[in-house]
Ligand binder design. Structure first.
Ligand SMILES: *Cc1c(COP(=O)(O)O)cnc(C)c1O
Length: 386
């Protein structure tokens, strides 16, 4: 089955562009709220870095999620889109003074602090403003995720977070600082994780760390387990919704929450991934010596995941019923890595056919660049095309 797209409307729009199925986004958000809502103290934030299109931020904010930001620009985008500052968290290994000051001025819920020198700077800047900044420590749990090496973040060798062996010392130091308040622990082990065992491993590690802190009578109000839930890139039609039931259920079963403790999540890809499609037209069908190329007007500048992570995206020819034919589907950029798919079977391509590159809602539009002096792709929602 091909996706159900408003092809008539598509034909009026200049390609390439992103199309966001906001009905699917709303359905996804309802499922998240229903599954997380089964458990006391579960709070879901949206990881803005996956897609900061203001129209999507608006829908996500309306559904009641908080925002997880990794830059001052994202904090600003979240506030501008209506997210309440008391539901905004701010992570990142390299927060600048300007970004920290912005977040202090907005009174965000919490800084997820990733190093001791960062803690000192936040304490100093908050002091200058006469404020007390809420801080959680991002701990590197040294838990691997069975995912692509470039998107594993929770190993000791990664740049993220504070080493477990430094946790107690830094928390105790914080208790003595005047302008920061310790409010919790933060973790994030990677992305596109489909093995619930990886999340269970994180829970076990957190249980150990909590026992260590309890022995020292340190109270932890918030646990934040980051994001990372994957989507089914192979079957966007059959499996449009990630398995939120299994995801939240895994945390409910394995993580020993203490009384009154809140458990925060920061979901990015699983919220917006399946609702987005990159729509492109075939420019040329070219016979190579050993293979056939479909050269399309979208390139790695519009969607970099295949070039960056060898990521798979299902591609459909939504304007052809011709026989299934094998192509390398490539963009126009002057880079050999500008390839969307090798040996992909799609309905026979002709110049002008429209191709749908599926599951492109996360880390697509937001990572677009103007390399080769190309314009940035535009994004349209279901409502835009009514
Ligand atoms: C990227 C990121 C997320 C979101 O990851 P997804 O895999 O898109 O769910 C959450 N938290 C932090 C700190 C991140 O850097």
């Amino acid at each position: 089955m091909k996706g159900d797209f408003p092809i008539g409307k598509f034909s009026e729009i200049e390609t390439p562009f992103y199309y966001y199925d906001t009905d699917l986004l709303r359905k996804t958000l309802r499922e998240i709220n229903a599954e997380a809502g089964k458990y006391d103290g579960f709070c879901v934030h949206y990881a803005v870095k996956a897609n900061a299109n203001p129209k999507l931020l608006n829908v996500i904010c309306q559904a009641g999620l908080g925002a997880d930001c990794v830059s001052g620009g994202e904090v600003k985008a979240a506030v501008d889109s209506g997210f309440s500052p008391d539901k905004i968290v701010f992570a990142g290994v390299g927060k600048s003074e300007k970004e920290i000051n912005l977040a202090l001025d907005k009174n965000i819920f919490c800084f997820n602090v990733e190093s001791e020198p960062e803690l000192d700077v936040i304490n100093e800047l908050a002091g200058k403003k006469g404020k007390v900044a809420r801080v959680a420590f991002r701990i590197n749990p040294n838990v691997g995720a069975h995912t692509h090496a470039n998107i594993t973040t929770g190993l000791a060798e990664n740049k993220f977070g504070i080493a477990m062996c430094d946790m107690e010392r830094i928390i105790e130091k914080t208790l003595a600082l005047a302008n920061v308040k310790f409010v919790g622990l933060h973790f994030h082990i990677g992305s596109q994780i489909l093995d619930m065992g990886d999340f269970a491993a994180l829970c076990n590690r957190i249980n150990d760390l909590q026992s260590r802190l309890e022995a020292r009578h340190v109270k932890v109000e918030n646990i934040n387990v980051g994001g990372g839930l994957g989507i089914d890139y192979t079957h966007p039609n059959k499996v449009p919704l990630p398995d939120f039931k299994a995801y939240f259920g895994t945390y409910a079963r394995h993580l020993k929450l203490r009384k009154g403790q809140k458990l925060h999540f920061e979901l990015g890809r699983s919220v917006v991934g399946q609702c987005g499609t990159l729509v492109s037209r075939v420019l040329y069908v070219k016979q190579g010596t050993a293979k056939q190329f479909a050269i399309i007007d979208a390139g790695m500048t519009d969607l970099i995941r295949p070039a960056l992570y060898q990521a798979y995206h299902k591609i459909e020819n939504i304007t052809s019923d011709g026989p299934m034919t094998t192509y390398d589907i490539v963009g126009p950029i002057c880079e050999s890595s500008d390839v969307f798919a090798k040996a992909m079977d799609v309905n026979e391509c002709h110049r002008g056919d429209m191709l749908a590159i599926r599951s492109a809602g996360a880390y697509g539009e937001i990572m677009a660049s103007q390399y080769n002096c190309r314009p940035l792709p535009k994004g349209y929602t279901t409502e835009d095309l009514l």
